[in-house]
Design a protein around this ligand. Structure first.
Ligand code: G3P
Ligand code: CA
Length: 496
């Protein structure tokens, strides 16, 4: 009995022991599972999904007989044959065209093109064009991207056609990367972002413009002359991503630092013109107010280094700044250049083309920032200006006062988490010192995944351009914009 009791007693202790072991095992399992599946705090935050790049508006493969709904032939003979749209010139000297689509500010128009027969009535030179902003009536004004083929080597152009003028005003031109000839399909695309556009030939950017003339309601079109041309797979997509991100197939954006400051006196309209002619699509500047609150374009706090005057710009009246010579220090040929007001620089860019990377230089009050954004709005340049600063307060003021203006943050040191900073400030661009970015190249991928562009400063040599380009860097702020444009062009014409 005692034995039995003992045995019973022994069995009871063993059961409790087993229960304790079981509970401990379950607890250990739960702890282990937690340790395995939890995200360690040191692990980087997950990269969010990239925002959608585009939204289709027209997708047409000409699989049905007859012209698609909404397509209207204006000039020439247009028909669907063997699953392609065929445009046949009528030889009357006016561009043959078919209109379709709808008005879009930011979009991509692409199609496959084949020159079938070159020559025909009227003996016009063969060309094809993608109409970028063409009224539904098909009457001028138009903006278009032209491919002049049939010749060797041929050209790409951006051009406009104005009412009453039977000719193209060509704003930008480049040599075709390859001979098109006849009976060969080439994939052509133009991506338009407001007044900016990029021409893509077989997936690679071949030409840019900052001077697309826009209307309030023009849609898309295809145009031909001097050749029977067929088209397939026409697509129009509204591009919704951040316009500062570099599209696939595009080289890095060229941003002239203080204009073209290696070749002309910095932060002058002469410097801007040299940069523009050298291929800069953006002009970087530095903005600070005079004593009486007029925003001027000047880098240093004092006028001494870059003018014939002396003293802090904040201690000089607008009349005193206007009297300074900002060119002689650079070279006698530039004597008489002025320190431009921000208003004058905006006006110049609006008339001559180009975009502004406007740096609010140094600490600014909210009222001073308000004056800057007022100038941008008054000059109708809100869609062609990005505001950047080292000063986060200036960016916060800008965001409150002008939420339509994209913002860039300048950094001499990378933040531990640039994506978090970009989100907090509502940035479109995070703009670090190039050497900082090269030390942490993954930052580009993280920022891109969050929809934020990366524009580095200030890089003047091809060795660094070569290192920055494959990282996905969107733009380079450089004192040598013409050289960077040439470097970009050289890569376009090199083998893939
Ligand atoms: O835009 C970048 C660069 O301009 C920042 O430095 O001194 O030239 O204004 P800093
Ligand atoms: Ca600057």
């Amino acid at each position: 009995m005692s034995k039995h009791r003992t045995a019973r007693t022994s069995t009871g202790r063993g059961g409790r022991f087993a229960l304790v072991v079981l509970v401990l095992a379950v607890l250990c399992g739960l702890v282990a599972a937690y340790l395995v599946y939890r995200k360690p705090s040191a692990e980087p935050r997950p990269v969010p999904a990239a925002p959608a790049r585009e939204e289709s508006v027209v997708v047409e493969d000409f699989s049905e007989a007859g012209l698609p709904d909404g397509w209207k032939a204006v000039e020439g003979d247009w028909k669907v044959e063997d699953g392609r749209l065929v445009g046949v010139p009528d030889g009357d000297g006016r561009p043959n065209r078919i209109v379709f689509g709808r008005h879009l500010t930011d979009f991509r128009l692409e199609t496959t093109v084949r020159f079938a027969e070159v020559g025909g009535p009227g003996g016009a030179a063969p060309w094809v064009a993608l109409g970028l902003d063409v009224p539904a009536s098909g009457t001028a004004p138009w903006a278009a991207g032209l491919l002049r083929g049939g010749a060797t080597p041929g050209f790409l152009e951006f051009a406009r056609r104005t009412p009453g003028r039977e000719a193209w005003d060509v704003t930008d031109k480049s040599v075709l990367p390859a001979v098109v000839g006849t009976d060969r399909d080439v994939r052509l695309a133009v991506e338009v972002r407001g007044t900016r556009a990029r021409w893509f030939f077989d997936g690679r950017e071949a030409l840019r413009t900052t001077r697309v003339s826009r209307t309030a309601d023009g849609g898309q079109a295809l145009l031909v002359d001097g050749a029977r041309v067929s088209f397939d797979d026409v697509r129009v997509a509204k591009v919704t991503e951040n316009a500062l991100l570099r599209p696939p197939g595009s080289p890095m954006a060229v941003i002239g630092h203080r204009g073209a400051s290696s070749a002309a006196p910095e932060n002058t309209l002469m410097s801007d013109e040299v940069a523009r002619r050298g291929g800069a699509e953006w002009i970087e500047n530095d903005v600070q107010p005079s004593k009486d609150g007029v925003p001027y374009v000047l880098h240093d706090p004092e006028v001494d280094r870059t003018t014939d005057g002396t003293g802090l710009i904040r201690s000089l009246t607008a009349a005193e700044v206007d009297a300074l010579d900002a060119g002689s220090w650079f070279g006698p040929a530039y004597a008489g250049a002025r320190v431009p007001t921000l208003a004058a620089q905006l006006d110049d860019l609006r008339k001559r083309g180009g975009n502004m990377l406007l740096e609010i230089k140094g600490r600014h009050s909210r009222a001073e920032v308000a004056r800057i954004v007022e100038e941008v709005r008054d000059h109708g340049m809100a869609d062609r200006v990005v505001v950047q600063s080292f000063d986060t307060e200036a960016l916060k003021h800008t965001r409150e006062l002008a939420p339509e203006l994209p913002l860039g943050l300048l950094r001499a040191k990378l933040d531990p988490d640039p994506v978090a900073v970009a989100r907090e400030l509502g940035l479109s661009a995070y703009n670090p010192l190039a050497t900082e970015l090269l030390a942490r190249p993954d930052v580009v991928k993280d920022l891109h995944a969050a929809g934020v562009a990366v524009m580095v400063w200030t890089v003047d040599d091809a060795t660094h351009w070569s290192a920055l380009e494959p990282l996905g860097t969107d733009g380079v702020i450089t004192n040598r914009p013409a050289e960077l444009s040439g470097w970009n062009a050289g890569r376009l014409h090199s083998p893939r």
